[in-house]
Design a protein around this ligand. Sequence first.
Ligand SMILES: Nc1ncnc2c1ncn2[C@@H]1O[C@H](COP(=O)(O)OP(=O)(O)OP(=O)(O)O)[C@@H](O)[C@H]1O
Ligand SMILES: [Mg+2]
Length: 276
Amino acid sequence: MNTAYTPHPGPPPQGERGFCETVSCDTPPPPVGGGWGEGDKPLPHAPLIELREVTKVYGQGTAEFQALRGVNLCIEPGEFVAVMGPSGSGKSTAMNILGCLDNPTSGSYVFRGLHVEQLSRNQRALLRRYYLGFVFQGFNLLARTTALENVELPLVYRGEPRAARHARAREALDAVGLRQWEKHTPAELSGGQQQRVAIARAIVTSPTILLADEPTGNLDTQRSHEIMDLLVALNRDRGITVLMVTHEPDMARYAKRIIHFLDGRVDADHRNGERH
Ligand SMILES: Nc1ncnc2c1ncn2[C@@H]1O[C@H](COP(=O)(O)OP(=O)(O)OP(=O)(O)O)[C@@H](O)[C@H]1O
Ligand SMILES: [Mg+2]
């Protein structure tokens, strides 16, 4: 495990700079390019993430379904949280909202004091690009593309030069123990290795928070424990906040806190002993 910690992504391209500095926990300089109004400044001691009375309604009319019915939760920097609950209880819906992949029907998502629903599409994309890492259950890797190219993809979107991209992608592959597999395509890797490539892709941008929806859902027990050890190390050594959905109590035991969903609401929220 490479423990070198990059606390913040390198300087973003011109034009995106104001956004990053504004969202940073440090006292921001005035935004470049007119990003935010006075009242929109982030609060230095605000929680990392807050959901306030968030609802999500899918469909319309008779097909309408309320997947979230007023979710409240608050995540502080550095936490390692497992989200559990029955199938259909709204876990993925909440994760997709937190990952800015979907919008709530009502309620607020507040990221470091900034109201995400008030951000433009472009600003939300930047929030995703610089602060959030997302790991899906199905890995979502590009099939005919090497591990290195898969991992560097978020940096391509950020317009980083090729040499810098490669260096950072290699560092991320190193962090997940796959440096020597960089030229392999997903078909040439095991399920556990593919999930580690997906995690490398999520951390290559040095995100503040890693959102993982059933990261061990497709893996056998041994590979699942390896992935959990990796997530624990990323949380402990790099200070990345981790929010992970799991159905498996054995995997949830790695977390410091467990949140239970039931019928579109948070049903229970408790500390998980002193494992770390
Ligand atoms: N795009 C959609 N359109 C309509 N209904 C949806 C959509 N996505 C989710 N739902 C419904 O919302 C509810 C919550 O779904 P969600 O995927 O959040 O559950 P989950 O807790 O992640 O379940 P699982 O453990 O099975 O992954 C489900 O009843 C589901 O059918
Ligand atoms: Mg789900």
